[in-house]
Design a protein around this ligand. Structure first.
Ligand SMILES: Cc1cc2nc3c(=O)[nH]c(=O)nc-3n(C[C@H](O)[C@H](O)[C@H](O)COP(=O)(O)OP(=O)(O)OC[C@H]3O[C@@H](n4cnc5c(N)ncnc54)[C@H](O)[C@@H]3O)c2cc1C
Length: 358
């Protein structure tokens, strides 16, 4: 596209999680010269269940056609928390109502392992450092400032220093770190802390592995409550007086591990604040799991937590940042794995359009 018109658009995307990586791929497919800054770890993406409704399957199939396998796998949803005596039925019977409906998952470790190759094949340049802040750039646009205090892209075109050349359009896709990098972001961008216990099935004994809920997950299914408590907690974040947490007892495969979660902690402030005490969070999570299955609650595993961005009102931030020419946002999703592939395509169109209008 742009090469034919003699333009050489340049984009810097900060954050190499799901959002930044898929946006970088979408920009590269449009012929853009793209730098992706950061690595996938640590990120919400790397700890995600990656569950996908059937409606999102086609966009991931399309991505895999363009870029090769990215971890898309068929799955089924198994719901628990049925009303009344139904909840006492054997687990295999509780799994039946949703068994006919197609569901899918993107395996997070497979995605993390596949992305570097996909990005390289697409021609996306990488800079695996950390951005310390974003600053307005003399002459317009913004700089991403590296950990050494130098503007990323300040070098001569071509980046002799191994850093990106001048970037007219800079996209913040740094998940929970966005507000640290550019504090003047809309207050509806919020963060929750999400925690899971990672189980190694090979470390469990025979009896532990025969837990009926674990058996569902070991067949590639995702276990979730019928009514998730996280969405209403997040929706009411602005009116909270202090921190609140809930547990949505669930299980999903993640590579050769099982993630058992999920605890969500939300505060009244628009930034994630300091990490909550992991031991307290793990104890709360295990207490929540106890309600589903006492044996699950006592399984040995490693507790992990990450901040996850979301937006009040549900719509993510995917567009230009107010009063900051050349700076864009791509963050704050609900159902990120379902919505990011198509949103990345439409945002890439807008970014390319902005460059072409310059
Ligand atoms: C336990 C759990 C289960 C989940 N389950 C699901 C699910 O089933 N389905 C679903 O759709 N969603 C799920 N989610 C949510 C989903 O994972 C996130 O919404 C999504 O991954 C967010 O992607 P992101 O790219 O915006 O942010 P992240 O994945 O957090 O990526 C941000 C990136 O920015 C980088 N970064 C941060 N600061 C800097 C900096 N200064 N310089 C450079 N890079 C930086 C980070 O290292 C990271 O790579 C789950 C999340 C968790 C934690």
């Amino acid at each position: 596209m742009n090469q034919q018109q003699g333009l050489n658009p340049s984009f810097v995307v900060v954050g190499a999680g799901l959002a930044g990586s898929l946006l970088a791929l979408a920009l590269a497919r449009r012929g853009g010269s793209v730098w992706l800054v950061g690595s996938v770890y640590p990120s919400a993406t790397a700890l995600s269940y990656g569950s996908l409704p059937a409606s999102a399957l086609s966009s991931w199939r399309q991505l895999e056609q363009w870029h090769g396998p990215l971890g898309l796998q068929r799955s089924r949803l198994v719901l628990h928390g049925w009303p009344g005596p139904l909840r006492l039925l054997p687990v295999w019977l509780q799994a039946l109502p949703t068994a006919p409906f197609p569901f899918a998952r993107v395996d997070a470790p497979t995605l993390a392992a596949a992305l570097p190759g996909a990005l390289e094949r697409a021609g996306v340049s990488r800079w695996q450092g950390t951005v310390s802040r974003i600053e307005p750039r003399p002459g317009g646009g913004c700089w991403a400032i590296g950990g050494d205090g130098d503007p990323i892209g300040a070098g001569s075109a071509g980046g002799a220093s191994g850093r990106p050349s001048v970037a007219p359009q800079l996209v913040l896709a740094a998940g929970a770190a966005n507000r640290n990098l550019w504090p003047d972001l809309p207050e509806r961008l919020r963060y929750s802390w999400a925690g899971v216990i990672e189980l190694d099935p090979s470390a469990l004994d025979r009896e532990q592995r025969h837990d009926p809920w674990l058996q569902q997950v070991l067949q590639g299914r995702i276990v979730q409550p019928l009514r998730l408590r996280r969405p209403p907690l997040e929706a009411g974040a602005a009116s909270l007086l202090g921190e609140r947490w809930i547990v949505d007892a669930g299980l999903a495969l993640s590579g050769d591990r099982i993630l058992m979660g999920q605890i969500t902690l939300v505060g009244p402030h628009p930034d994630p604040g300091l990490p909550p005490d992991p031991a307290t969070m793990e104890a709360r999570l295990r207490a929540g799991l106890q309600e589903l299955d006492p044996q699950l609650a006592s399984l040995p595993g490693t507790y992990r937590q990450v901040p996850v961005s979301f937006c009040l009102g549900g719509s993510p931030l995917a567009g230009p940042v107010d009063k900051a020419p050349g700076l864009w946002m791509f963050s704050g999703f609900s159902g990120a794995f379902a919505v990011v592939p198509s949103l990345a395509e439409s945002l890439a169109d807008r970014l390319v359009g902005a460059v072409e209008r310059q």
